[in-house]
Design a protein around this ligand. Structure first.
Ligand SMILES: *[C@@H]1O[C@H](CO)[C@@H](O)[C@H](O)[C@H]1NC(C)=O
Ligand SMILES: *[C@@H]1O[C@H](CO)[C@@H](O)[C@H](O)[C@H]1NC(C)=O
Ligand SMILES: *[C@@H]1O[C@H](CO)[C@@H](O)[C@H](O)[C@H]1NC(C)=O
Ligand SMILES: *[C@@H]1O[C@H](CO)[C@@H](O)[C@H](O)[C@H]1NC(C)=O
Ligand SMILES: *[C@@H]1O[C@H](CO)[C@@H](O)[C@H](O)[C@H]1NC(C)=O
Ligand SMILES: *[C@@H]1O[C@H](CO)[C@@H](O)[C@H](O)[C@H]1NC(C)=O
Length: 471
């Protein structure tokens, strides 16, 4: 009896593990380069194998000359193994990844600072280029104790993807701990979004060809979602620090199944763990609450941002009761949003993409509130998730108004600078030797050299007379 019980339990457990595995590994990317930089051995995290960047013949590192691999001898307990090593670049260096699946690729760069007897990684300052886009410039803000992962979406229709690290002349070195280059699902970055501005709403075309940097990825009303529970190994952080309304809203968790539909938002667009929590506005009496739920995201002005809002009606008791308005930066972006009309079902996910200009003050806000069609006694607004992504500017940069050509020139010009310094040093040595030679000759006819002290004493006189005048 006990045996049977145990057997049943282990069966259940296996089933559980099986479904978990299935749910987090449905997507298998054609291009899937996971690199543990500075490491010789491979490292496995959440069933994903990161290979060392110098192991094997097919290393993506185009040349190891001018690079060093560094190991953290005292990693904090619990720190993932990919952060125990780093590769250091003393001069511009490339990783070249072969691309089989043309289209959008996810590029993740992992940074974690540690100290070693040779080098303090916190002193690094560098630029990073991906396929000619400047994705990081003068990057030196890697002080955090926690690893920092920066994610980009890069369109690639060539046969390779090139990531270049360029040290600045201040620090003279760059570093990275790990790199991921993964082909994105075809439906992840569509080509068109709604451009929302003070004038009106119009189509923004060519979105998939822009370089995008993920700035915020937020699970509204729920806990952090880790790469283990996301089909594309993303991290979704809780929304509490961005949520600004204090009244009239509630958090909701849904224990049922999220109904992904063909043609709708897929599990790759957003995982169950994000869609199954939300914040909502609920009407408890015969009047619709006059409130908006507001989220504020600090951003850097001067760029366009893609705002992706995720909705899934996990709260209504029946179809056709939920209507609400969506505002981006205070502009009405979607009026009378009706999830029943769009999905035809409860608990079925939907997302909407808006492109906006960040104001110079550097805030971007999204709001959800009741619309003219909202009904009392039911739910009158909902939001499950938000993603904020920065678009490259006209310099093809995501980090400043400097293009890739200038970044590269800054390095060669710097080296030229070094050359000039050498030339200058040689000049000084030469002129000193000439002076010495002249002195040796001049000691015989010293008249010219005695002029200098005379001039100086003249200056002294002038200064003291000026002082006495002041008094
Ligand atoms: C890095 O900073 C320096 C000094 O602030 C600036 O002149 C240079 O343009 C910056 N480089 C890039 C690539 O942003
Ligand atoms: C994955 O999600 C489940 C709940 O859906 C949670 O219990 C579990 O802790 C999560 N695992 C990780 C590694 O985040
Ligand atoms: C409905 O409830 C809200 C608080 O939830 C209250 O402020 C409002 O006055 C109520 N309206 C009516 C008509 O009772
Ligand atoms: C919500 O915000 C929008 C935009 O600022 C505003 O027009 C609307 O009146 C607000 N709704 C409520 C109920 O306060
Ligand atoms: C809601 O109704 C008012 C009054 O009828 C109208 O002025 C306003 O434009 C409507 N709002 C929306 C978002 O349709
Ligand atoms: C981003 O780069 C692309 C490709 O160079 C360019 O066509 C586009 O105009 C840039 N985006 C913006 C917003 O300037």
């Amino acid at each position: 009896m006990e045996f049977l019980h145990l057997n049943l339990l282990s069966c259940l457990l296996l089933l559980c593990i099986h479904t978990l595995c299935v749910s987090s590994h449905l997507f298998s990317p054609v291009d899937n380069h996971l690199i543990d930089c500075g490491s010789v051995a491979a490292t496995t995290i959440d069933n994903r194998q990161f290979v060392g960047d110098l192991s094997g013949k097919k290393t993506p590192l185009s040349s190891s000359a001018g690079t060093i691999s560094l190991r953290n001898e005292n990693p904090l307990p619990g720190l993932a193994a990919i952060y125990h090593t780093a590769r250091i670049f003393r001069s511009p260096s490339n990783y070249v990844f072969p691309i089989r699946d043309k289209g959008t690729h996810m590029v993740r760069l992992h940074f974690h600072v540690f100290n070693s007897p040779e080098l303090h990684l916190a002193d690094a300052q560098f630029h990073v280029l991906v396929n000619g886009y400047v994705v990081l410039s003068n990057f030196s803000r890697v002080h955090a104790e926690n690893p920092r992962i920066i994610e980009y979406f890069i369109w690639d229709d060539a046969e390779k993807l090139v990531i270049m690290f360029v040290p600045t002349h201040n620090s003279k070195f760059a570093f990275v701990n790990a790199i991921e280059v993964i082909s994105a699902p075809k439906d992840l970055v569509p080509d068109t979004a709604q451009y929302v501005s003070s004038n009106n709403i119009e189509n923004f075309d060519g979105l998939s060809k822009q370089a995008l940097e993920v700035v915020y990825r937020v699970n509204v009303g729920g806990p952090k979602v880790t790469p283990f529970n996301d089909s594309l190994w993303r991290t979704w952080i809780p929304d509490d620090e961005f949520f600004k309304s204090k009244s009239e809203s509630e958090k909701l968790f849904f224990g049922g199944r999220i109904k992904y539909q063909v043609g709708g938002a897929s599990r790759e667009v957003g995982p169950d763990n994000m869609y199954n929590s939300a914040r909502l506005i609920r009407s408890r009496n015969d009047s619709v609450p006059k409130v908006n739920m507001t989220w504020e995201f600090p951003v850097i002005g001067g760029y366009k941002y893609l705002v992706r809002m995720h909705f899934c009606d996990i709260a209504s008791i029946s179809l056709g009761l939920l209507y609400f308005n969506v505002y981006v930066n205070g502009y009405l972006a979607y009026a009378d949003l009706d999830l029943t009309y769009i999905t035809g079902s409860l608990a079925s996910p939907f997302y909407a993409d808006f492109v906006v200009d960040a104001d110079r003050l550097g805030t971007l806000n999204v709001m959800v509130g009741p619309s003219n069609k909202s009904i009392p006694y039911v739910i009158d607004g909902i939001l499950n998730g938000v993603e904020v992504m920065k678009l490259n500017n006209s310099y093809n940069s995501l980090d400043g108004e400097v293009c890739a050509g200038l970044v590269l020139k800054s390095w060669s010009r710097g080296n030229m600078g070094l050359f000039l310094t050498l030339v200058a040093a040689v000049c000084i040595v030469l002129s000193i030797s000439i002076v010495i030679r002249r002195r040796m000759i001049g000691s015989r006819e010293s008249f010219q050299w005695s002029r200098l002290p005379v001039d100086v004493s003249g200056n002294h006189v002038k200064i003291s007379s000026f002082h006495s005048e002041g008094k």
